[in-house]
Ligand binder design. Structure first.
Ligand SMILES: [Mg+2]
Length: 237
């Protein structure tokens, strides 16, 4: 069984705290010989952290923009899922965006990003957010909101496309029905839309009204929030 999971708010408590539950999830996955693949909007450099500090062999970062895996020599390999032309277009756009909106609160981890960039939208008012989103739309730049950032990118990137490409290349023998996905926010929607075994941890109730595509299973109650919900769910397998 492969368990794909968002990180912030799904494997962390309230999007901030790495709790005992996360390590219990890792233990449970190991005990039952399952696999955990983190699918996060966080940067490539966070992916390096995940692969060096936790017993994981692969993760899909930047909202599906890049796969990182540990090769047979124990080295971390990063594989962007968009072309160099799109990576360059994003870099040029980001310069233009920052010139157009002086003081735009770029996320601190934007420096570690390759296939997308991120903005700390909680430091902006609604009007400013709207102006930035309109600017992106005009420049043919895509964006989505996680529970911490507005992420933006050039080309076709989504968590679902990242998972599909990972499955095709690295786990072709595994059937989709033997996989599950856990998420908690709007940037998980591509998985909720297209991945049949999708689960929302109970804290997703805060943003359900914002979702066009909802998870097939929505967990209920405080005991199923974030990593507690993931842990309870995977214990059934
Ligand atoms: Mg999240």
């Amino acid at each position: 069984m492969i368990f794909f999971s968002d990180f912030d708010g799904t494997l962390t408590k309230e999007g901030r705290e790495l709790t005992r539950d996360f390590f219990d999830i890792l233990d449970q996955i190991k005990k039952e010989k399952h696999e955990l693949v983190i699918v996060s909007g966080r940067s490539l450099s966070w992916g390096h952290f995940f692969l060096t500090h936790f017993p994981l062999s692969v993760c899909i970062m930047e909202g599906g923009g890049v796969i990182l895996y540990v090769d047979d020599n124990g080295e971390i390999v990063q594989e962007p899922l968009i072309s160099q032309a799109e990576i360059d277009r994003l870099a040029n756009f980001t310069t233009k965006l920052k010139n157009h909106f002086p003081g735009l609160p770029m996320s601190a981890d934007s420096y570690g990003r390759l296939t997308d960039r991120a903005i700390e939208f909680h430091l902006m008012n609604a009007e400013w957010i709207k102006e930035v989103e309109d600017f992106m739309y005009k420049e043919n730049i895509n964006y989505s909101k996680s529970n911490v950032h507005i992420n933006f990118w050039a080309g076709e990137i989504s968590k679902y496309l990242g998972v599909v490409q990972f499955m095709k290349k690295f786990r072709p023998e595994v059937k989709e029905e033997d996989c599950w996905f856990f998420g908690d926010a709007a940037n998980d929607q591509s998985m909720f839309e297209s991945f049949y075994n999708s689960v929302g941890v109970s804290n997703i109730h805060h943003c359900l009204h914002l979702l066009t595509h909802k998870p097939r299973i929505i967990l209920e109650g405080i005991d199923n929030a974030g990593p507690k919900g993931v842990l309870n769910f995977i214990r059934k397998f």
